[in-house]
Write a protein that binds this ligand. Structure first.
Ligand code: BTN
Length: 321
């Protein structure tokens, strides 16, 4: 049913009325199937569809689907030469798909953007959900020659690319270690990096990014979105801007490692020189003052027992006593 629902959505995307009969004719199916597809758009995709007797169906406003030509039109020369774009209407997870394709020899620079993920994944086994059209969910495949051990700091560098791109549109965003992008203190975007390869040999890295452009609907944590902050940008233009920055930072990271980005990360960081709590999936949390990151991207925290270095953990602002 999702395939037909997307076909109906493509017709309704102009925001005008379309009769069930005309759509049935155009799509070569029955009016009942069209009605079921419209119902699917509402119940499964979270869209509102107006239905008016004698006129047909209409979306409240035009809907812009992801479009390869529009994205490509926004790419600069560097990004256009390094990235190959692929779009999927509905998949389980763009990360899962690219990890599988990577194992089957998919090329460096392959980008897979999904209109809808049925099993989008976040860090630490969390889910990543989003109403259709409310944001971007995409992954890219990057092959590094330096081996897995040279990739410390990669996720921080991806955060830098996202912040650079969002600031072009005037979004006052900041980074929370290791790689959440915050807007007005709430999470706007998340990054999920998955790796396969050898410690020293070539490594395939899948960088997955989820970003809320509009209200994502019901999700399991308080989040921010660009529209509510008054930032208006189309998804295709935004994806192109992100890819332009990603091409730059990934190429430089490949050459110079994280040390070259450390100062910029500090400038973009939220929660520096403030009391934080670092939590872990196992064990007691650690309280201290976050003072920065080292040349590998590890977090430096001043605690009552001295400066400590963390490679994993979840940072939150420490409630004041
Ligand atoms: C996080 O927990 O902060 C990371 C969220 C990453 C979500 C993105 S959406 C595109 C890609 N595909 C996935 O299944 N996850 C990532």
């Amino acid at each position: 049913m999702s395939d037909l629902a997307f076909a109906v959505l493509r017709t309704l995307a102009d925001g005008k009325f379309h009769s069930g009969e005309a759509m049935a004719q155009q799509l070569g199916c029955s009016r009942t199937l069209v009605w079921q597809a419209v119902h699917h758009l509402e119940s499964e995709f979270g869209l509102t569809v107006f239905s008016v007797r004698g006129q047909g169906y209409r979306l409240p406003q035009p809907f812009t689907l992801l479009d390869v030509a529009s994205i490509r039109a926004g790419l600069d020369e560097q990004a256009a030469s390094v990235f190959t774009l692929a779009l999927a209407e509905e998949i389980d997870s763009s990360n899962t798909q690219l990890m599988t394709r990577a194992a089957h020899g998919a090329p460096h620079g392959l980008v897979l953007a999904a209109e809808r993920q049925t099993a989008g994944r976040g860090r630490l086994g969390r889910r990543w959900q989003m109403r259709l059209g409310a944001g971007l969910t995409f992954s890219l495949l990057w092959r590094f020659e330096r081996g897995l051990s040279g990739l410390a700091g990669l996720s921080l560098v991806v955060g830098i690319a996202i912040v650079r791109a969002l600031r072009e549109f005037g979004a006052p965003v900041a980074l929370k270690w290791p790689n959440d992008v915050l807007l007005e203190g709430r999470k706007l975007a998340g990054i999920l990096i998955e790796l396969s390869g050898d410690a020293l040999g070539p490594a395939a890295v899948v960088v997955g990014i989820g970003l809320n452009v509009a209200n994502p609907g019901e999700v399991d944590q308080p989040v921010a979105n660009l529209a509510d902050a008054g930032i208006k940008v189309g998804r295709n233009a935004l994806l192109a801007a992100l890819l332009n920055q990603l091409a730059q930072v990934l190429q430089q990271f490949d050459r110079d490692g994280f040390a070259a980005f450390r100062d910029e990360w500090h400038q973009m960081a939220a929660y520096l020189q403030v009391p934080v709590r670092l939590s872990f999936s196992h064990g007691e949390p650690v309280d201290g003052v976050a003072v920065g990151v080292d040349d590998s991207g590890a977090l430096l925290v001043d605690t009552t027992s001295g400066r400590r270095i963390f490679h994993v953990g979840e940072v939150s602002l420490r409630p004041q006593a």
